[in-house]
Design a protein around this ligand. Structure first.
Ligand code: G3P
Ligand code: CA
Length: 300
């Protein structure tokens, strides 16, 4: 899924000390009227250049000047929320070496303390040795310090009954459910319609996204609980974008479309021209340089 870190730009950014993001002042929102350029959302952080879903990938996106970051949230055996994509720890950590007898190394079968021992950087490149699987709490604190905004994916919600309430609890305790964050800095999405619906029912003010490409006939039912419909780029058509945009979501605003995963400049230009509102990308620097960085209208 990722490209190896090979660009000079990334190397230069790795040495930077000052972030490029505006301080704490609320920036433009994510649920606005149509904007001239789509938002650029760093998929699993700047994951073409740093190990996915680590604080290194978040911080690198910040140094690139990328506000919006996408991640994946799951739950440990003892109830901690952690940021990781696969339901197994095998691909993105050294769990096989540390816990050789625990195959297939499912996230849900390990405690937070056990996961905290794992190296989540070396699999990608030796220079990232020592990166950890972040807890959601650690992740939110890093994003807040960077002034970033979060597209949070509830990954595999069928594996984690009640995870929506757990996520909302941590978001609340970390200050991410105050009016500024809710209006401008947070979207919660999932492939699980029931999970998105649960978030909407428990916190109707939170902006939500449904991942996938529903039939156009099913879009109105999605619009009851989702503000965004976020499809795989390989399924994206102008007709689909237009059909989504014709509907209003639960907050009385036109539904939006953020598509994934878009990495090349040509593909970024293509989906921009199809009218998407957001582009989820492993190479946010490339996409930003392609589509521009126009400000969007505030969400409120
Ligand atoms: O944000 C959408 C995208 O991340 C969904 O696919 O497999 O990368 O989580 P995946
Ligand atoms: Ca994801």
């Amino acid at each position: 899924m990722h490209a190896r870190p090979s660009v000079a730009t990334a190397a230069a950014l790795l040495g930077a000390t000052a972030l490029l993001l505006p301080g704490t002042a609320p920036a433009a929102g994510y649920a606005p009227a149509r904007q001239s350029s789509p938002l650029v959302i760093a998929h699993r952080g700047a994951s073409a250049y740093a190990p996915e879903n680590t604080l290194a990938a978040v911080n690198l996106a910040a140094r690139m000047g990328i506000e919006w970051v996408e991640n994946d949230v799951q739950r440990t055996r003892d109830g901690e929320l952690v940021v990781i994509h696969d339901d197994s720890l095998r691909r993105t950590t050294d769990v096989e070496r540390v816990f050789p007898d625990r195959a297939p190394w499912h996230v849900k079968d390990f405690t937070a303390a056990e996961i905290a021992r794992l190296d989540a950087g070396s699999w990608y490149d030796a220079r990232w040795a020592g990166e950890r699987v972040p807890t959601l709490k650690q992740y939110l604190e890093a994003m807040e310090a960077n002034g970033q905004k979060l597209l949070l994916e509830i990954k595999g919600p069928e594996l984690y009954p009640g995870i929506e309430r757990d996520i909302l609890r941590v978001l609340g305790s970390e200050g991410w459910l105050d009016p500024v964050h809710v209006e401008r800095k947070l979207v919660v999405q999932s492939f699980g319609a029931d999970s998105v619906r649960a978030v909407h029912e428990q916190r109707p003010d939170v902006t939500t996204g449904f991942l996938g490409t529903p039939a156009v006939a099913d879009l109105p039912s999605c619009a009851a609980f989702a503000d965004q419909i976020n499809p795989d780029v390989t399924t994206l058509t102008a007709d689909f974008v237009a059909a989504v945009h014709r509907l209003e979501g639960p907050h009385g605003k036109p539904l939006q479309v953020s598509t994934w995963t878009v990495d090349g400049a040509a593909e970024a230009a293509r989906v921009r021209d199809l009218g998407v509102d957001g582009i989820i990308t492993n190479t946010p620097d490339v996409v930003r340089d392609t589509v521009g960085a126009d400000e969007v209208s505030p969400a409120t």
